[in-house]
Write a protein that binds this ligand. Structure first.
Ligand code: C2O
Ligand code: CU
Length: 467
């Protein structure tokens, strides 16, 4: 059993729990005032076990979904407006919801022990925050994460811009694999030998829980496709056939100048928003292709249908930037972050779905993420100060390095030209050092981890404290 009972938990973490709840209360109060009027949630998420036909009529047993539907619902919020979701846990195990990419109060971040207690079977938790940024986000558990995500718990969250950018269709694509056999039943969710390498891949590849879905889109229209890589392992290399797809945002942040999608790589946790001009001829098909494995496949396709909307590609304009603070590089303190492999260690007591081994470390410290006895923060940031982080990958594998609660800007790489994009997840190649900059403008304890969940759960986790 990977979880501590309520009792063990009380015993093992009285001190931290006390510290945690007073901190959590403070943050809850500050969000409470602006949302005091709202008593009804915008959405309710009811994680539960179900059966679902991912392979058509061969029902997969033990799928997890949120809400009354499968796949998990696409949640919609509005930039600058209070957003309220209630989690009602109907799983036979604890869970939490993390809002990936969201700059929110720490107490709403969904990390057990670090920012909130477990939400046990039958319990509820209210998540309230006001998204400062518009764009494509997603939500997932941060508890027994490999199991819960692999079984289905990951959904898309759209935060709408204040001004409608005027697309003829808006299509979220939740991209993920499933560890299923031919009968559609779950096989082992991971293979430990692979956890110490690139991670374990699924056999069935889906978008919105469908293999290569085809969507009908308006002929001659301009469509927005929101790609969310919610898979626990797979890095995608995306391209588009049948139309020129422009990247308009990456990881919720608009790019200053839209650029062509050209076999760009995106790792677990990342999002890419595409503006795609649909062909002017009814029946023509656009294909979104992944080429990151030896056999490329069609992730999803879009077929033109109906009257010609006659939109012009010149109508694709940059979206308005999100209100992120630029780091002051002249005053910034520089910190080194070394991502390395580590010696395997004897398993520690199980909680929150650790895999029991340490294959990876950040600055020589292997930590499995959320735990009842959190180690000291890896870094302490002074609220309001600027920092430069040198993220150094000293392994032969690529790691999507994710930081909660703060946006950061890619500055440079020692290996390749990179765009200075804003993000929450940096894809760091083998032997690459990526320099990023940020302003520590959000107080709290913010997790920093590789988003290949097997890496996260075998040591590649840490957290930064902003005070
Ligand atoms: Cu997608 Cu720790 O998060
Ligand atoms: Cu990794």
């Amino acid at each position: 059993m990977p979880f501590l009972s309520r009792r063990q938990l009380l015993k093992s973490s009285l001190a931290t729990a006390g510290a945690l709840s007073s901190g959590a209360l403070l943050a809850a109060c500050s969000t409470g005032t602006e949302t005091a009027a709202r008593s009804e949630p915008d959405f309710e998420l009811n994680p539960h076990l179900t059966d679902f036909g991912i392979l058509g009529d061969r029902l997969t047993q033990g799928v997890m979904s949120y809400g009354n539907s499968a796949p998990p619902p696409v949640l919609v919020a509005r930039q600058g407006e209070p957003f309220f979701t209630r989690l009602n846990n109907s799983l036979p195990e604890p869970t939490t919801v993390h809002w990936h990419g969201m700059r929110l109060p720490n107490a709403m971040d969904g990390v057990p022990f670090l920012t909130q207690p477990y939400v046990y079977d039958g319990e509820s938790f209210d998540y309230r925050f006001t998204p400062p940024d518009a764009g494509t986000f997603w939500y997932h558990p941060h508890c027994n994460t490999l199991t819960q995500m692999s079984r289905g718990l990951n959904g898309v969250l759209i935060v709408k811009e204040r001004d409608d950018p005027g697309f003829d269709a808006d299509i979220p694509l939740n991209l993920r694999d499933w560890r299923l056999d031919r009968e559609g039943q779950f096989i082992d969710l991971y293979d430990l030998r692979k956890s110490g390498k690139a991670g374990t891949f699924g056999a069935v590849k889906t978008a919105n829980w469908i293999e290569s879905p085809d969507y009908t889109v308006p002929t001659g229209g301009l469509i927005r496709v929101r790609v969310v890589i919610s898979d626990v392992t797979r890095i995608y290399r995306l391209s588009c056939k049948g139309a020129t797809a422009k990247v308009i945002a990456v990881d919720s942040h608009p790019v200053p100048e839209p650029f062509d999608l050209d076999f760009d790589s995106f790792g677990p946790g990342q999002r890419v928003d595409l503006a795609i001009p649909v062909p002017q001829e009814e029946g023509r098909t656009i294909r979104l292709i992944n080429s990151s494995s030896s056999k490329p496949w069609v992730v999803a396709s879009f077929t033109a249908s109906g009257e010609n909307r006659k939109r012009d590609t010149r109508e694709i304009k940059p979206l308005s930037a999100n209100p992120v603070q630029k780091p002051d590089l002249a005053s910034a303190e520089t910190l080194e972050l070394d991502f390395t492999a580590t010696a395997e260690q004897a398993p520690k007591s199980g909680y929150c779905g650790t895999l029991g081994f340490s294959f990876w470390a950040i600055n020589k410290r292997a930590w499995q993420g959320a735990s009842p006895d959190p180690m000291a923060p890896l870094m302490e940031f002074k609220l309001g100060n600027s920092y430069v982080l040198n993220i150094r990958n000293r392994t032969p594998h690529t790691h999507p390095v994710h930081l909660h609660g703060l946006a950061f800007q890619l500055l440079q790489s020692n290996k390749r030209p990179i765009r200075k994009l804003w993000t929450d997840t940096a894809l760091v190649l083998p032997d690459e050092t990526i320099q990023v900059g940020l302003v520590a403008d959000n107080p709290g304890d913010w997790l920093l981890h590789c988003h290949i969940i097997e890496h996260q759960k075998t040591g590649m986790s840490a957290y930064a404290r902003v005070i």
